[in-house]
Write a protein that binds this ligand. Structure first.
Ligand code: GTP
Ligand code: NA
Ligand code: MG
Length: 280
């Protein structure tokens, strides 16, 4: 890529944390707070990732993965699809085994972390206990004079959600994430299934380049030609640029989460690469 072709792109965020600490609630709260009422498809039409815009105008892409398992298996398949990990810790609980796992995953992947101290609305909330617990695992938050941003939130009342989004936007700015929207698309499968009406459907997060209707691609051991692209709001779109999640129709078979998608020149090339991979 020529330097002048590199444009800043939205960050991709994964929420991780211990069971029941509020990962899903937080993802839903962010989505509900930031999806404009009356938008086509609304909040019901949801694919495995979505984008929101913060009040200060930064676009963020959230991955709706079920957490550690997906993060790890995607990483083991070669897909590094997270720029920032939001570590959710319930303020009325503490650092628990899966909190520690999440910390270790983020550290192994060298992905910066932001701590969301959730359930701050609960009477038993003790955010300082969470901060002290985190020290034991070498996560030193800002309130403890460290450099990991920590934000108190409630997925139920919405308290602190905008602060969390601004913390993510700030972290993203520091990372100076860039991609080249002019090149042939490269992306990663977030999830895929065989749909009765539509055939194999893959949710792909474009990581570099721009994916367009009509593009010929290979994805894992499968290949195809983009018949339609559907965005996170359920709308048909002609193209998807860096950090944009889309559903891709037009596959010959169902790929797996973590498979890498590459646009190629010809059908023959796509088939050849897919067949070679199948035999490998
Ligand atoms: P798993 O996916 O099972 O690991 O759980 P999770 O981390 O996605 O947690 P989930 O969002 O399912 O929340 C677990 C429970 O905590 C639910 O009953 C939520 O309603 C509740 N909860 C989540 N966030 C908050 C919060 O900020 N305040 C309060 N009071 N309850 C919350
Ligand atoms: Na739960
Ligand atoms: Mg959940």
């Amino acid at each position: 890529d020529k330097p002048e072709d590199l444009k800043s792109r939205p960050p991709i965020i994964t929420i991780m944390g211990h069971v029941d600490h509020g990962k899903t609630s937080l993802l839903d709260a962010i989505r509900n707070a930031k999806v404009v009422a009356g938008e086509a498809g609304g909040i019901t039409q949801h694919i495995g990732a979505y984008q929101v815009k913060t009040d200060s105008g930064t676009v963020l892409s959230f991955l709706d993965t079920p957490g550690h398992a997906a993060f790890t298996s995607m990483r083991s398949r070669g897909a590094q699809v997270t720029d920032i990990v939001v570590l959710v810790v319930a303020a009325d609980d503490a650092v628990m085994p899966q909190t520690v796992e999440a910390i270790n995953h983020a550290k192994a992947a060298e992905v910066p972390m932001i701590v969301a101290i959730n359930k701050i609305d609960r009477p038993a909330a003790n955010p300082d206990k969470v901060r002290t617990d985190l020290l034991q695992h070498e996560v030193i938050v800002e309130k403890m004079s460290g450099d990991v941003q920590d934000v108190e939130v409630s997925a139920i009342t919405g308290q602190g959600l905008d602060d969390l989004l601004e913390a993510i936007a700030l972290q993203a700015e520091i990372l100076e994430l860039k991609a080249n929207p002019t090149r042939a698309a490269e992306g990663a499968v977030i999830e895929a299934q065989l749909d009765v009406g539509r055939g194999p459907v893959a949710t792909v997060l474009v990581q570099n380049g721009t994916l367009r209707q009509g593009d010929i691609f290979v994805v894992g051991e499968q290949y195809g030609k983009v018949r339609a692209l559907i965005n996170d709001k359920g709308e048909r779109v002609k193209e998807a640029g860096p950090a944009v999640p889309v559903e891709v129709l037009g596959l010959n078979g169902t790929p797996e989460a973590g498979d890498v998608l590459n646009v190629v020149e010809t059908d023959a090339q796509a088939r050849e690469i897919a067949e070679y991979r199948e035999k490998a």
